[in-house]
Ligand binder design. Structure first.
Ligand code: EPZ
Length: 417
């Protein structure tokens, strides 16, 4: 196994290019299953989760090839409709094959994802929506057996704006007979890109990015050609890296409109942020101010930035409170940050960060993707050396993060454990 070793205390400077968004690339890759023919998706990030998605596409029978930063997927021949437990437990986003397979083949057998480190993460709302579209859903030995001779449009009101649920239902409804109205839909930029991509394949979707999405089903879709939007969570992570080290960094690819909630909280903390070139210039202050945060669905403060923001608040001059409202167990980074000297108390779904921590380097362990990012950020600001182990979690969502940080002046390297 590998670890990342960081010698902290260096202010980052220079510029960094954000890669394509993991959480957009994944649904786009599975959307290729909706059409015969050869699709191409560019600006693909080189991540473990992308490799897992490619493995699943190949198991379903698609032919997949790579050029520089593009993936070609030919889903003309689907020879299996099953996403196995092994694959789904490795990457729960594999459940996003449910909608496409059901719409294209009338059948899908997908393992229930089971829980993960950050929470139970059920898919009941995905299944309820697919049933509303006319699918028959059975649960059999931990697998979802979904069948539908012909999906038909329906009015679906989601109990909560689930990102994956919205994506599965958009893909299924695109080939349903008649109109679907999705109410309380997720509004993330990744949903907007998926809807635009589906429309470029011949779908008829209106309202993506708002809470009510209309889909007029069509007979057939054409292959997809698109380029993945920049990763707003990777961008936010580098913005915090600049802030926590008192640095001055241009984060190329950061899109202000996709980061409003994070930007306003960082400005409140005393960070300077300006649009510049094709990104955002971020200048960390000498002294950070404490800021309370409550995560929420987009456009609220992203839960995927909660752990990273907590690392920042350990350096603020005073007490801040961070409440996690989306997932039930997303504070695994707290005990590792405490080992680095952070003064944090958990109170139910909130964490109280006393700030003014003199972070000191320590051997710490990554537990999930964004928790590992939080430990890297704390290591950048800590005295002495921090070793982050189990960084396979990190490699799921960050492309060559140690190389990008080193290019900004950080003393960071990847080593065998
Ligand atoms: C997506 O997960 C992202 N993953 C997550 O990013 C992100 O944290 C999450 O959206 C919220 O923004 C991808 O896009 C691949 P949800 P998803 O369905 O779709 C509950 C990262 O770090 N829920 O919006 O699984 C669920 O339990 C990852 O990149 C139900 O109860 O998120 C959770 O508490 C982590 N029933 C909440 O809703 C359902 O049927 C949000 O889930 C579906 C969801």
């Amino acid at each position: 196994m590998e670890k990342i070793v960081i010698k902290g205390g260096i202010s980052l400077a220079g510029e960094v290019q954000v890669s394509g968004a993991k959480n957009s690339a994944l649904p786009l890759l599975f959307a290729t299953l909706l059409a015969d023919g050869r699709s191409e998706i560019c600006n693909i990030p080189h991540l473990r989760d992308i490799n897992t998605a490619v493995k699943l596409l190949r198991e379903l029978g698609a032919e997949v090839s790579f050029t520089a930063d593009c993936i070609q997927v030919d889903a003309t021949k689907i020879r299996s409709i099953e996403a196995s437990y092994d694959l789904v437990k490795t990457m729960r986003a594999s459940v996003l094959v449910l909608g496409p397979l059901l719409a294209r083949c009338g059948h899908a057998r997908v393992s229930l994802p089971g829980g993960c480190a950050i929470g139970a993460r059920p898919i009941n709302l995905h299944l309820k929506g697919l049933e509303a579209l006319g699918a028959t859903i059975k649960l059999d030995h931990g697998y979802v057996e979904a069948t539908a001779k012909q999906l038909r449009g329906a009015k679906i009101s989601l109990d909560m704006p689930t990102v994956g649920g919205t994506e599965n239902l958009l893909m299924a409804a695109s080939l349903a007979d008649g109109e679907t109205v999705l109410e309380n839909a997720a509004r993330e930029p990744e949903i907007v890109q998926l809807a635009e991509a589906l429309n470029s394949m011949g779908a008829k979707i209106e309202g993506a990015g708002t809470a009510i999405i209309h889909v007029q089903g069509v007979e057939k879709l054409q292959p997809l050609k698109c380029s993945v939007i920049p990763d707003r969570i990777e961008a936010g992570t580098f913005m915090i890296a600049a802030a926590i080290t008192g640095g001055n960094v241009l984060v190329r690819g950061a899109v202000q409109a996709d980061q409003e909630a994070l930007i306003s909280k960082m400005l409140e903390a005393g960070v300077k942020i300006y649009p510049e070139a094709d990104g955002l210039r971020v200048i960390g202050p000498q002294q950070l101010k404490p800021v309370d945060v409550r995560t929420g669905v987009f456009p609220g403060f992203p839960t995927d930035m909660q752990a990273q923001f907590m690392a920042l608040m350990t350096k603020a001059e005073g007490t801040s409170r961070i409440s996690e409202t989306v997932f039930e167990n997303r504070f695994m980074h707290v005990c590792e940050l405490q080992r680095m000297g952070a003064d944090i108390q958990i109170d139910g779904h909130s964490a109280i960060i006393r700030g003014n921590s003199n972070l000191t380097g320590a051997p710490v362990m990554a537990t999930d993707l964004r928790a590992s990012a939080s430990l890297i950020l704390a290591g950048l600001a800590a005295e002495n050396t921090t070793e982050v182990s189990r960084i396979y979690h990190l490699d799921r969502g960050y492309e060559k993060i140690e190389k990008k940080l080193a290019a900004l002046g950080a003393d960071v390297r990847r080593e065998q454990e």
